[in-house]
Write a protein that binds this ligand. Structure first.
Ligand code: KIV
Length: 264
């Protein structure tokens, strides 16, 4: 088992696993100092590209952004989302996962569960490709963004799905928008760590879309805590710059290039 994956695995029942998403180097470099896992999520479809769902993001898009993120990641485990239709069967999944890993040097791939693709995970793991699972609200397969596992019957079904993903060999699993009761049930019955998003504090770790928690994306469902409002801060800076350019107050002599060495 890859050392970084082993470290994540060993955190179960000991310390919480910190995860965030990144789509580019500058953000990744900051996250790398704090996060156990950095995920290049297909959420880039909505967040960066403005699509209404995650379906239109391509493998090439994912690879390109991962190449950028990889430049900022040294310590964290770098996990990459396999986009919709890139793992419809084992042959396609193997070809695409190998391509992502070879081209980007990432540590693992994440596959959303459709409650049927356990064998694809199993075969990828047999080929030494580390896989993270993803259950609950899975945007590639479910249209409606809603709470999952909110009855005991549904919670048990999710537990079964999670157990099959664990049995297939996944090293960890994302629980998205799963009720606190179901998250607790799943987390306490699995040996692999669970990473929650909108799934209460009963998970082994947490993930948020970085642009959401920084107040950049404009998408703030109840489970998102906005740690800062970067939209407001950026707007203030752009406004100031605009005013200074218009008044010819920028650039002042301090910013002129006059033959002396320029600042980095
Ligand atoms: O695409 C993504 O960012 C994700 C997280 C929300 C877990 O899958």
């Amino acid at each position: 088992m890859n050392k970084k994956i082993k470290k994540i695995f060993e955190k179960k029942n000991k310390s919480k696993i910190v995860c965030l998403t990144a789509y580019s180097k500058n953000i990744a470099k900051i996250l790398d100092n704090y996060c156990d896992i950095v995920l290049v999520g297909d959420s880039m479809a909505n967040v960066l590209y403005g699509f209404k769902n995650t379906h239109q993001i391509s493998l090439e898009n994912i690879i390109q952004h991962t190449l950028s993120v990889k430049k900022g990641v040294k310590k964290s485990l770098l996990v990459v989302d396999m986009p919709k239709n890139s793992y419809v069967n084992f042959k396609t999944a193997e070809k695409n996962a190998k391509l992502v890993i070879k081209k980007t040097g990432c540590d693992a791939v994440k596959l959303e569960s459709n409650n049927k693709n356990f064998n694809i995970i199993k075969k990828l793991v047999e080929k030494k490709i580390p896989v993270m699972g993803h259950i609950g609200y899975t945007p590639q397969f479910k249209k409606k963004f809603k709470l999952e596992g909110d009855t005991s019957d549904k919670a048990n079904k999710l537990l079964k799905e999670a157990q099959l993903i664990q049995k297939a060999g996944a090293f960890s699993i994302v629980l998205e928008c799963i009720s606190p009761k179901a998250s607790k049930l799943i987390t306490s019955n699995l040996e692999i760590p669970t990473i929650g998003i909108g799934s209460s504090s009963f998970c082994d770790g947490q993930i948020l879309v970085t642009d959401d928690m920084l107040g950049l994306s404009g998408f703030y469902p109840k489970f998102v805590k906005k740690y800062v409002n970067l939209n407001r801060i950026i707007e203030k800076a752009v406004k100031k710059y605009t005013r200074e350019v218009k008044l010819n107050n920028f650039p002042t002599k301090k910013y002129f290039l006059n033959g002396s060495r320029s600042k980095s």
